[in-house]
Design a protein. Structure first.
Length: 61
């Protein structure tokens, strides 16, 4: 059985994140993407839109 295409996409995202490659990460998400961080911390909540998500990832880096 071959790998589902979404698996390759997610794998590319993890590699890009680990390498700090924001350009590739940006290309892998839609402009209206939403990323949720659970909990009660300064980074918790909904991060709406590509730029907000990339901003969060930069903070994490």
């Amino acid at each position: 059985m071959s790998e589902h295409p979404d698996c390759a996409l997610v794998r590319r995202g993890y590699v890009a994140f680990s390498e700090g490659d924001m350009e590739t990460l940006s290309s892998l998400m839609t402009a209206d993407a939403v990323y949720h961080v659970p909990g009660n911390s300064p980074i918790s909540g909904h991060h709406k839109g590509r730029e907000a998500i990339l901003g969060l990832f930069r903070r994490l880096g």
